[in-house]
Design a protein around this ligand. Structure first.
Ligand code: HEM
Length: 145
């Protein structure tokens, strides 16, 4: 169970980053370029929302089955974690959840706007914050080894 979820979460992360980067840059370029909002802009922002929600779900399960998540905190206490263990057990999950919340807010706010510029603005702001937050707390050394 642990290994399956760990592998899924690890590989799904490539898709999350790819789509999130595409959706964020799409919104930024089209906001600053004053472009019209088309169906494909809607689709890419929705796709980014869906893949990040799936990652959230995998992450939440992983948090409770991994020895580096909740189990590590219960075994050693917060004070007993070194900085890398804290990244895995606290910072990465917490910031991951905040990033997904941010992306969800951006998506729902953009849907309520009726014209192109404000739609791109909401996506550009919230997806950028989400993307940067995720990037700031990925356990890179674990992942890419
Ligand atoms: C939303 C964007 C997220 C991305 C892109 C992401 C990506 C990753 C990556 C790349 C790793 C390292 C995998 C490896 O070492 O092979 C990882 C580990 C981990 N993630 Fe996430 N994650 C996200 C959200 C979350 C959330 C929301 C949680 C929990 C609530 C979570 C819990 C964990 C845990 C506990 C680990 C360490 C697991 C282990 O090595 O046993 N992640 N994540």
């Amino acid at each position: 169970m642990y290994q399956t979820i760990q592998i899924l979460h690890s590989y799904w992360a490539y898709l999350v980053l790819l789509i999130l980067v595409l959706a964020t840059f799409n919104a930024l370029f089209k906001f600053f370029g004053n472009k019209e909002f088309h169906a494909k802009d809607f689709r890419i922002s929705l796709f980014a929302l869906i893949v990040t929600h799936i990652q959230l779900l995998l992450g939440l399960i992983l948090y409770f089955v991994s020895p580096f998540g909740f189990k590590n905190i219960s075994a050693n206490g917060m004070g007993g974690l070194d900085s890398f263990s804290r990244l895995l057990a606290v910072e990465h999950p917490f910031v991951g959840i905040l990033a997904v919340v941010c992306i969800t807010i951006g998506y729902s706010k953009h849907k309520k706007k009726l014209t192109s510029k404000p739609k791109f603005k909401m996506l550009a702001i919230f997806y950028t914050i989400g993307l940067l937050s995720v990037l700031s707390r990925i356990p890179w050394s674990n992942w890419l080894n």
